[in-house]
Design a protein around this ligand. Structure first.
Ligand SMILES: [Zn+2]
Length: 374
């Protein structure tokens, strides 16, 4: 990452820019690749794409939305006055009628859009730390049927290491368990769904991405609310036996585990609905292949495979540990689960794990029956 006075010319996609004193994380390029693909599809479908990029930094996102996604118009806003000169210089390559550049507080900017009834097809907010209050703000500025792309870099609280803080942010009580990275995405989605529902709006996740430090979710904003006891509930994990279970609000008083030494923790409320919209992922993957983008195409394929699986995963290390065996070969285990009639895939956010509708006990049985290495 680059944070101070970098005058080298950078390149990402079709964007050419300098970072200067702005914050730029090259590792998050994949999050911008997916956003560009999703935005481009939106442009194709709706014959229109107006983007509000509320925290533009050095401007790589507005550049890519115009140059690659074909955005008709992008509003690039940045609250930090020190970054404005480099942002202005980087955007100067765009035609003047394709963008607007301002220096406002992003929250006030979104509320101002609402007051003027100026709504956007895509609102992108790439903030530091927790998603609150940016989810609230983004919903003011996005048009019905439009896309909202939100961020959380607050992995410590969403992974269960600071449940009091997660309660203050989401608000949900996050506990520690092996599927913590997915929990970060589901807390973020649950928060947006709840804030939207309070206004009679709903969300439909297009894709949800974890890049190692950053959680990002792209949701379509719809009406009516999509928040129901089925999509918004609790995840229980038993430290005794390693099994997960989803818990609805009505089941809260009956949380139990049939194992011999139950030790249950309950996280939530969080989003229990799909992480991704499979038809969108397929269309994005086709576009990525057409554009010659193999890495996003592979990632989108992995995301499509996991889209409808349960809201947790088992790490291979835990399977090895609980089964008292060597860590099983991932691909062999996935294949064996398929042969046993289960759905199984490798979660996009954790390469050394499997996502499946098989109970952990069944995974352990199947892993034990795998032939050893020759
Ligand atoms: Zn148990």
């Amino acid at each position: 990452m680059t944070t101070t006075g970098d005058s080298r010319q950078q390149r990402e996609g079709q964007a050419r820019f300098q970072v200067g004193s702005a914050f730029y994380r090259p590792r998050s390029a994949i999050a911008r690749d997916l956003a560009v693909l999703c935005a481009s599809l939106y442009r194709q479908t709706h014959a229109r794409l107006r983007v509000l990029d509320a925290m533009s930094g050095c401007g790589v996102r507005p550049l890519r939305y115009v140059l690659e996604a074909g955005a008709d118009w992008v509003w690039a806003n940045e609250g930090n006055p020190e970054v404005m000169p480099i942002l202005a210089a980087n955007l100067a390559c765009l035609p003047g009628d394709r963008y607007r550049l301002t220096q406002h507080n992003s929250l006030r900017l979104c509320l101002d859009c609402y007051q003027r009834q100026d709504f956007y097809d895509l609102v992108d907010i790439d903030n530091f730390g927790s998603p609150a209050p940016h989810a609230e703000a983004g919903l003011w500025a996005v048009r019905l049927g439009g896309l909202l792309y939100l961020t959380s870099t607050d992995g410590r609280s969403s992974s269960g290491h600071d449940p009091q803080r997660s309660l203050q942010i989401y608000p949900a009580y996050a506990r520690c368990h092996p599927a913590a990275h997915e929990q970060g995405l589901r807390l973020l989605l649950g928060h947006i769904a709840q804030v939207a529902a309070a206004r009679g709006l709903g969300i439909e996740p297009r894709f949800s991405l974890f890049t190692g430090q950053v959680h990002r979710v792209m949701v379509r904003v719809v009406r009516p609310s999509t928040l129901t006891p089925e999509t918004y509930g609790f995840l229980a994990y038993c430290h005794g036996c390693g099994e997960f279970q989803t818990i609805t609000w009505r089941q809260l008083g009956q949380v139990n585990c049939p194992c011999s030494q139950p030790k249950i923790v309950v996280s939530g409320p969080l989003w229990l609905g799909p992480l991704h919209h499979r038809p969108t992922l397929t269309a994005m993957g086709q576009l990525a292949s057409t554009w010659g983008w193999p890495t996003p195409a592979r990632l989108l394929q992995a995301m499509a495979a996991e889209a409808h699986l349960p809201p947790y995963y088992y790490t291979l290390a835990e399977i090895g540990h609980r089964g008292g065996m060597d860590i099983p070969r991932r691909d062999r285990l996935v294949k064996a689960l398929h042969q046993a009639g289960y759905e199984a895939a490798v979660p996009h956010l954790e390469a050394q794990a499997i996502k499946t509708n098989a109970p952990l006990a069944e995974c352990l049985e199947i892993a034990r029956s795998l032939p050893g290495d020759q």
